[in-house]
Design a protein around this ligand. Structure first.
Ligand SMILES: NC(=O)c1ccc[n+]([C@@H]2O[C@H](COP(=O)([O-])OP(=O)(O)OC[C@H]3O[C@@H](n4cnc5c(N)ncnc54)[C@H](O)[C@@H]3O)[C@@H](O)[C@H]2O)c1
Length: 326
């Protein structure tokens, strides 16, 4: 029986992952954890954990006889630029604490399977931007991207040296409506829906032609759970898999929204996030993920726009909050 700990469970991805895992493995087998004192999304079992506290982490894993850990706690790209040392400490030490715990438990005959997400931010300005290959130049320019690239190397190191069963995806920008995004460069693609549904013109912090790889949350969750369920012998990548969803730029997204809401308008006021976005790929080659664990994205731009317009709750979050860099 799987007993699964999700750290960062109150975040954009964690909140939806906990729900999906609960459906698959049973509510009582999913332990949601976050640094904040309460579960924001009503998890049945909730623990307060600071991922930077290895003693507490080990105690919770021992207490619940955890078999899998999803380590999602991190500072994201835009937020990380405002507090680089904090981002480095959280992103690196958080991952190291989990990998060390997995190593020690593995040596004690109690293996832990780990999921840790990397990002398209691990690439940089000298990476081929179109159809970015699995193996290529990686020269990230943000502290977040540097922490993701270093994290990928650590994952592969712990697998090669200690046999830790760690798995990872280089998530594209994730679009969702259930919980607010955590301060990434792709957050415009969520804020824009809130502005559109409020009947407001949207002030976009990226330029109109800034194409980026994106993925709709249901595809991202499906990819994550599928990767974790794949037999270890099938996996050829222990750093992090390229996974493609769809690619579009702000102008294309705005046009797709205007097809449903003809009054909608957008204007452009690029800020520091434009420079970050310009250093990232525009589309990803995910051939290896397709071959190793049958990955294939299902949701296209039309479906995404239709679903977001149906489900975004405009009364919950201000556009200015979503649009802010932190
Ligand atoms: N959302 C995206 O578009 C995206 C894209 C690529 C990669 N990722 C990666 O996926 C992961 C989750 O991203 P997200 O968008 O859900 O982030 P988020 O910011 O929405 O959520 C992160 C959660 O971690 C919690 N947290 C912060 N510090 C903690 C600590 N010390 N201990 C325990 N919990 C702590 C926060 O309270 C928050 O609930 C991150 O590693 C991120 O880098 C996200």
């Amino acid at each position: 029986m799987e007993r699964i700990l999700v750290i960062g469970a109150n975040g954009q991805i964690g909140s939806e992952l906990v729900e999906a895992l609960a459906t698959q493995y049973g509510e009582g087998n999913i332990i949601a954890a976050d640094i904040s004192p309460r579960s924001l999304y009503g998890a049945k079992v909730y623990e307060v954990i600071d991922v930077l506290d290895p003693v507490r982490l080990a105690a919770v894993v021992q207490h619940y006889k955890i078999t899998q850990v999803y380590q999602l706690a991190a500072l994201l790209s835009a937020t990380g630029e405002q507090a680089p040392l904090k981002a480095w400490t959280l992103n690196m030490d958080g991952l190291l604490n989990i990998l060390e715990l997995a190593r020690l438990r593995g040596e004690a005959g109690k293996p832990l399977k780990i999921f840790w997400p990397s990002s398209i931010a691990a690439f940089g300005p000298n990476t081929p931007a179109q159809n970015t290959p699995q193996f290529t130049v990686m020269d990230p320019t943000t502290i977040y991207g540097i922490s993701k690239l270093a994290g990928e190397r650590l994952c592969e190191y712990y697998f090669q040296k200690y046999g830790v069963d760690v798995r990872s995806i280089r998530y594209p920008g994730i679009i969702s409506y259930k919980s607010p995004p955590g301060g990434g460069t792709t957050d415009y693609a969520i804020a824009i829906f809130h502005a559109a549904l409020r009947g407001e013109s949207y002030s976009c912090f990226l330029k109109a032609e800034t194409t980026l790889p994106m993925i709709y949350m249901p595809d991202a969750i499906r990819a994550t759970i599928a990767l974790m369920a794949t037999p270890a012998a099938q996996l050829s990548i222990r750093s992090s898999y390229n996974v493609a969803g769809l690619s579009f730029n702000p102008r294309e997204l705005a046009q797709a929204i205007a097809q449903k809401l003809p009054e909608f308008s957008i204007h452009y006021a690029p800020d520091s996030r434009q420079e970050i976005a310009a250093s990232w790929p525009q589309s990803l080659d995910d051939t290896v993920a397709r071959k190793d664990w049958n990955w294939k994205a299902e949701i296209d731009l039309q479906q995404l726009v239709k679903d977001m317009l149906k489900n975004v709750q405009v009364d919950k979050t201000e556009v200015a909050t979503l649009n802010a860099a932190a």
